[in-house]
Design a protein around this ligand. Structure first.
Ligand SMILES: Nc1ncnc2c1ncn2[C@@H]1O[C@H](COP(=O)(O)OP(=O)(O)O)[C@@H](O)[C@H]1O
Ligand SMILES: [Mg+2]
Length: 354
């Protein structure tokens, strides 16, 4: 058995060991509460589940939660990261082989499908499966049968199949890369993981959780984030979702300085506006440009205030504007008048396109 396979087959305790408390996983936002009740309903029914959403939104965690509530929760949880295994090897990893099936097959080997018997088979990035493997998977889902490479007869196995994808499978079908009949089979229940920018209300809770977690893990004493940094995190568009947020907090705990994070986020924050524009509707260039300019101005002011520990006189000097003008701009941008006060909740980041 290869080491990757050993790692991917975990007992329930191991599978669950990495999952944060459910209050953290689902947070407070409405979208996540809806997801939670959907998960509650479907997990105990032994049907295939398709989890989709951008990278870093928590698809892995949800797959493990589905397993933990499935009728075969005491069985194995076997994960297959489809893109990580070269195409030619994937078939033997998934379905196993018999001795002499190909050059180098000196013995027989069970595949991960077999190892997931009476447990959960989690196929991550399912769109990466090529057409011939898609057919074999379809057979598995239809009648619970599969064939090891080089075997004479089919084998039977009982598994719950959970798939994840960050691509739109409908597009893959349209482009001829994914079988429609397989799509219907894996998509009996669909769970959508919202991107972090659509559940901003949960950012603060996640930050606190990761801060406590990594302080404990690395035996550090990093302090809670300043209101200014929290404000920046609220406005950032999080292309890497929770994974990015987690890494950021981890870096902060280890390096102990907020500057690292704010410097890190500033250049990337400039994508904020473009990524939030709805290009499907009419677009007002004038309005968007005005919004972008204001957002940039706000960021520059915040950064300069931060650098001067919120000494507004010095900040005004650095910005080459009058003290009065700075006060006006601070108020206009909805920033707190001084550092001690928490900044108000920022306006929703979604930029109207009309
Ligand atoms: N809801 C959540 N609460 C806490 N941590 C989370 C949550 N969702 C994801 N994470 C963390 O973010 C990282 C990425 O999550 P993962 O499930 O691997 O995302 P995906 O599979 O969608 O790319 C992991 O380290 C995971 O522990
Ligand atoms: Mg994943």
């Amino acid at each position: 058995m290869s080491s990757t396979m050993t790692n991917s087959v975990s007992s329930l305790a191991q599978a669950l060991g990495e999952i944060p408390p459910e209050a953290v996983v689902f947070g407070q936002s409405e979208v996540m509460q809806a997801l939670r009740s959907r998960l509650d309903k479907v997990a105990s029914a032994n049907v295939p589940v398709l989890i989709h959403g951008e990278s870093g939104t928590g698809k892995d965690i949800i797959a493990r939660l589905v397993h933990s509530r499935s009728p075969w929760r005491s069985g194995p949880f076997v994960k297959v990261n489809c893109p990580a295994i070269p195409g030619t090897l994937l078939e033997s990893e998934l379905f196993g082989y018999e001795r002499g099936a190909f050059t180098g097959a000196y013995g027989s080997k069970p595949g991960r499908v077999e190892m997931a018997h009476r447990g959960t088979l989690f196929l991550d990035e399912i769109s990466e499966l090529d057409m011939s493997l898609q057919s074999k998977l379809l057979q598995l889902l239809q009648d619970g049968q599969f064939c090891r490479i080089g075997a004479q007869a089919d084998k039977k196995v009982e598994v719950r199949v959970v798939c994840a994808t960050n691509r739109k499978l409908e597009d893959e079908i349209e482009n001829g890369n994914f079988r429609q009949d397989l799509y219907y089979r894996i998509n009996v229940v669909n769970l959508f993981m919202p991107p972090l920018r659509e559940r901003r209300g949960d950012i603060e809770g996640l930050v606190s959780y990761f801060l406590e977690y990594y302080n404990r893990k690395y035996n550090c004493k990093a302090r809670p984030l300043s209101p200014e940094l929290k404000e920046i995190l609220q406005r950032y568009h999080w292309p890497g979702n929770i994974r990015e947020l987690e890494n950021l907090v981890k870096r902060y705990v280890i390096l102990g300085s907020e500057d690292v994070i704010s410097n890190d986020l500033q250049p990337r924050e400039n994508d904020l506006i473009a990524s939030d524009i709805n290009f499907d509707g009419p677009i007002s260039l004038k309005k968007l440009t005005r919004q972008a300019t204001r957002a940039l101005e706000r960021k520059i002011i915040l950064k300069v205030l931060h650098n001067h520990h919120w000494n507004r006189k010095q900040a005004a000097k650095t910005l080459n504007i009058s003290y009065r003008a700075l006060l006006y701009k601070i108020r206009d941008a909805g920033l707190p008048p001084n550092r001690a006060r928490r900044p108000p909740e920022p306006a929703k980041s979604q930029v109207a396109a009309d």
